[in-house]
Unconditional design. Structure first.
Length: 461
């Protein structure tokens, strides 16, 4: 969340405190610095086995590697309209509480017309109240991908969203309470179709990032006022992968710069890509390595906001963190360890059944100081090696099985911040991939760089 949003709120609240002699905040969140992030999203997978159109939440300390909450199940689901949501946007209001707004659309019927957005209020995202839908316009068109920013000059919130008034544009409605809204105005219509705007205010500049429908790239525009039709595009086109949409602009809370996220659009492809820059005003976005970030499982078209340490702890306490893990490859960071037809392998994510990559990392069957990997969707079956090849097999509770299914977690052979797994009964052998198949081989710190990378994983949710 841009620091200017917090600074403005503190100034307004200090004035109120002076007048009343007291400062009462919904959890004095605004008096504490942001130390972490929350992400709101919905989920989809290639064959829609993981599709869920409720509100999902994840948290992160660094804004790059995310922990899904509530076992990656929704924390709240719409009860009106289409009974589903897409494109949820979480925003901290001037009083320190949150509002969540979202597209009213369940599934992928993008041809339907809908004039409404879903809205919830929340003090700290552990509960959601005041559910409602608000009507944004009377056009025969969609109301997609809302974003919110505080327009200080107006003293109101701006809700910007994608619609079509003859061509694809961004419309804006202004509101003070997210219950009644002004009549819609054209916010951005550059002469070509646009989609999925994200607006962030930083200092005296308002930034708008969007998708250019004609060339399929993401662009950044800016304005000194944030007023409708005042934006000028200042970046060249950005794209990673085969397709990109849903730009998400985030200022790092540690002051290290900015990140731009983009959704891959299709649930068949990678879910998110990211760029970074130290200077938002320039045209110098650098693609980030997928080793450096891990979005929540199956997440699509999300939003991010800064949260305090107390809010982070409250969220994890209320919703819980996953009781499963995934193993991400160091040298093929778009691939995860999974089982398929009983074979342990490394496959590019996403895929279905998506549960094939989910493991319960339990105390080692042969030595509780080690670990064993029990399949989430084939309970009672574990990864074990046999003839040095790794497979998924039912636990027969023999001493041999328990030994073959036990590993010791060590510092990563290629990166000590990651993890390697040493075999219990072949102490010089480590779990590694070769030609995308898992096996154990004799490895050490003196092994080749490629071999050490093949044996290095990141344990993620």
């Amino acid at each position: 969340m841009p620091l200017t949003r917090r600074a403005f709120t503190l100034g307004a609240l200090s004035t109120a405190a002076a007048a009343t002699g007291a400062l009462s905040l919904p959890g004095a969140a605004l008096a504490a610095p942001n130390t972490a992030y929350v992400m709101a999203y919905f989920t989809e997978t290639p064959q829609f086995q993981g599709a869920d159109y409720g509100l999902h939440l994840a948290v992160s300390r660094d804004g790059l590697n995310w922990t899904p909450l509530n076992q990656n199940n929704p924390v709240v689901t719409p009860t009106a309209g289409t009974l589903g949501l897409r494109d949820p946007f979480v925003f901290r209001k001037q009083d320190g509480t949150f509002v969540v707004i979202a597209t009213d659309l369940k599934g992928t019927d993008f041809g339907q017309n809908n004039q409404y957005l879903h809205v919830w209020d929340s003090t700290d995202l552990t509960t959601f109240t005041g559910y409602r839908r608000i009507r944004m316009h009377t056009l025969t068109t969609h109301t997609w991908a809302p974003t919110v920013f505080w327009d200080a000059a107006r003293g109101q919130y701006a809700i910007v969203y994608s619609a079509n008034n003859g061509q694809d544009v961004f419309l804006v409605n202004y509101t003070g309470d997210f219950r009644t809204v002004s009549s819609p105005q054209v916010f951005f219509s550059p002469g070509f179709g646009v989609l999925d705007g994200d607006v962030v205010v930083d200092g005296g500049t308002t930034y708008l990032y969007y998708k250019h429908l004609a060339d399929g790239n993401l662009y950044g525009a800016r304005s000194s006022t944030g007023a409708p039709n005042s934006f000028t595009t200042y970046t060249s086109g950005l794209r990673q992968g085969n397709a990109i949409e849903a730009p998400l602009l985030v200022k790092a809370i540690d002051g290290s710069g900015w990140r731009l996220w983009g959704d891959s659009f299709s649930p068949v492809n990678n879910d998110f890509y990211a760029w970074s820059t130290t200077t938002i005003g320039g045209n110098s976005w650098t693609p980030m390595n997928q080793r450096d970030y891990t979005p929540p499982l199956n997440s699509k078209h999300g939003s991010m906001a800064g949260i305090t340490d107390a809010e982070y702890n409250a969220l994890t306490a209320r919703w819980g963190v996953p009781n499963w893990v995934r193993l991400k490859s160091s040298n093929f960071p778009d691939r995860y360890v999974r089982h398929a037809s009983g074979v342990a392998r490394l496959d590019a994510y996403p895929f279905d059944p998506y549960q094939d990559q989910m493991w319960r990392m339990v105390p080692g069957l042969a030595d509780a100081a080690g670990v064993s990997f029990q399949s989430v969707n084939v309970p009672g079956s574990y990864l074990r090696h046999s003839n040095y090849e790794v497979r998924l097999a039912a636990n027969d509770n023999t001493a041999v099985f328990r030994a073959d299914a036990t590993f010791y977690r060590t510092a990563g052979l290629a990166d000590a911040a990651w993890t390697s797994f040493r075999s219990y009964n072949f102490p010089t052998y480590h779990l590694r991939h070769a030609n995308y198949l898992l096996r154990i081989d004799p490895l050490s710190g003196s092994s080749s760089a490629v071999d050490r990378q093949d044996a290095t994983f990141r344990v993620v949710s």
